[in-house]
Design a protein around this ligand. Structure first.
Ligand SMILES: Cc1cc2nc3c(=O)[nH]c(=O)nc-3n(C[C@H](O)[C@H](O)[C@H](O)COP(=O)(O)OP(=O)(O)OC[C@H]3O[C@@H](n4cnc5c(N)ncnc54)[C@H](O)[C@@H]3O)c2cc1C
Ligand SMILES: NC(=O)c1ccc[n+]([C@@H]2O[C@H](COP(=O)([O-])OP(=O)(O)OC[C@H]3O[C@@H](n4cnc5c(N)ncnc54)[C@H](O)[C@@H]3O)[C@@H](O)[C@H]2O)c1
Length: 443
């Protein structure tokens, strides 16, 4: 029998790896984790944790603004201190995650991995490492526009590391990153211009709610240029110029390219071993296995229709842990994956979308949360939700716009995931008064 260095080797040390690799190593399976950058990958170091820390003062400032005459005085976000606070929160995470992996028995191998064959990886400065099974968990990286001057633009990581806030910021793209960062930069005092590919913002979210966010940001001074057709970036003596449309020009101090994220598959040697993939990532079957028996994939790098968010990477990582430790032989059954865009207010959703509900004739209840007393406590002006029920009365979907939409959706999630019937739902008694209770409020 062939003896490999490891039972399982993971390429990448993000959520798609560490949530499952640590408990897997604890079961006695020989686990190696290869990482070319920071342990923890995107979410802790340059994604969720970093972003939500920068957003916290924005959320608070909006609350204070609404309280108006109750809380006297202006609040101002100190950008430099906010970024320093973010750094304090995240800088120890790679060490903590390294410790979590190593203390459970996993080995960390530092370097860039490339496939040599179905069981062998070549790691820069380390050499060949072999394993019975290999998991591709290499995530995504920022897409960069293929236009003259593209190197003058920055990505989301650069934005979160700015020690001084530029006065004029131009953001290309109006997806998750574009809209979250426009909210943060505008609240901190920057003059923000959004350049849209089309006339749509956050295309995967319920558009009437998205329009409320856009209207609010416009009122706060954010400019939206639809169908911008960005052509080039140019360096000026002071600042930069964005050339767009037919011969239009915009002067700016800083450019954020937020036009999406693409799979990290470069120099991975997938063609050498015959693993199939497309522009969205690696193809897998219901066991997260690629077309090559010994090679699996998990997290953002998988080509599928799931939102590219941490809860999906977390669940897949846990599934592979169970599969590789013999705790399951079943195919993966993805749970309902919720998603939220951390604008201010937020839009969060889970389960059947409003658009699908309308198409399929499900019951859609419209809830004017802003007029419900609990949402009036902090004077939320924009708060609405749509709850979707099937004919038997099961809650099968929710979309909410409000400051606490993420917590409201979390509260409803178990009922959606476990298809609770009305009798079971009637037994759920949440603490009062809380958002968990208010989330059940229905028109
Ligand atoms: C700005 C931003 C904000 C976000 N906010 C949220 C949020 O609020 N909520 C949410 O749920 N999700 C959020 N996300 C998405 C979330 O970060 C990802 O879904 C999650 O990190 C995916 O984890 P992963 O393990 O699949 O990939 P990653 O975390 O990207 O990990 C992949 C790792 O593989 C390494 N790697 C790549 N190639 C190689 C190689 N050949 N050899 C060795 N190592 C390699 C990389 O260095 C990286 O560390 C955000 C993303 C961004 C960019
Ligand atoms: N709250 C969260 O969960 C969260 C937050 C941030 C990022 N993320 C993850 O990160 C991923 C990447 O985020 P993102 O915002 O970069 O991608 P995205 O796919 O959400 O948005 C990309 C945007 O760029 C636009 N675009 C594409 N080409 C363009 C062009 N030539 N000119 C102008 N606009 C163009 C698209 O129309 C879209 O609006 C997301 O898929 C998401 O899963 C999640």
């Amino acid at each position: 029998m062939v003896k490999y260095d490891y039972d399982v080797l993971y390429i990448g040390a993000g959520h798609a790896t560490f949530d499952g690799a640590a408990p897997l190593a604890k079961t006695g399976v020989q686990v190696g984790v290869i990482e070319s950058g920071l342990i923890g990958g995107t979410c802790p170091n340059r994604g969720c944790n970093a972003k939500i820390t920068l957003d916290e003062p924005v959320k608070l400032a909006r609350e204070v603004e609404r309280m108006g005459d109750v809380l006297a005085g202006d609040v101002k976000i100190d950008w430099t201190k906010n970024v320093a606070h973010k750094q304090e929160i995240i800088e120890h995470l790679p060490d903590e995650l390294t410790n979590r992996l190593e203390s459970n028995g996993a080995t960390i191998i530092r370097g860039h991995a490339t496939f040599k064959d179905n069981h062998t990886l070549i790691v820069d400065n380390v050499g060949e490492v072999t394993a019975e099974k290999i998991v591709i968990a290499t995530g995504l990286r920022p897409h960069r526009l293929d236009i003259p001057g593209t190197e003058l633009a920055h990505d989301s990581e650069d934005f979160m590391n700015l020690t001084k806030l530029p006065q004029k910021i131009t953001i290309i793209g109006s997806g998750y990153i574009g809209m979250e960062f426009a909210t943060i930069a505008n609240a901190a005092g920057a003059d923000v211009t959004m350049m849209l590919h089309s006339d749509k913002v956050l295309r995967n979210f319920y558009q009437p709610y998205v329009e409320m966010i856009v209207a609010d940001l416009k009122q706060r001074g954010v400019k939206f240029i639809e169908n911008a057709n960005v052509q080039a970036f140019e360096q000026l003596n002071e600042g930069y110029q964005v050339n767009y449309g037919t011969d239009q020009k915009l002067k700016t101090d800083w450019i954020l390219d937020a036009t999406g994220r693409i799979p990290n598959l470069d120099n991975l040697g997938l063609d050498k071993v015959g693993v199939k993939y497309d522009h969205r990532g690696v193809f897998v079957n219901d066991y997260l296995q690629t077309n090559v028996e010994s090679i699996y994939a998990a997290g953002d790098v998988v080509s599928n229709d799931l939102p590219k968010v941490t809860p999906a990477a977390f669940f897949e990582s846990k599934y592979l842990m169970k599969l590789f430790s013999g705790q399951t032989k079943d195919p993966i059954q993805m749970p309902v994956i919720p998603s939220v865009v951390f604008t201010s207010p937020r839009i969060a959703k889970a389960g059947v979308s409003v658009e699908e509900a309308v198409k399929k004739g499900y019951q859609v209840s419209e809830n004017d949360l802003a007029s419900y007393w609990y949402y009036k406590v902090d004077k939320e002006p924009i708060a609405q939700s749509k709850q979707i029920h099937d004919k038997a009365g099961h809650l099968i979907g929710v979309t909410e716009i409000s400051d606490q939409a993420q917590d409201a959706v979390n509260a409803l999630l178990p009922a959606i995931e476990f298809k609770m019937d009305p009798e079971q739902i009637s037994r759920l008694t949440s603490l009062f008064p809380t958002i968990g209770y208010a989330a059940w409020h229905r028109a």
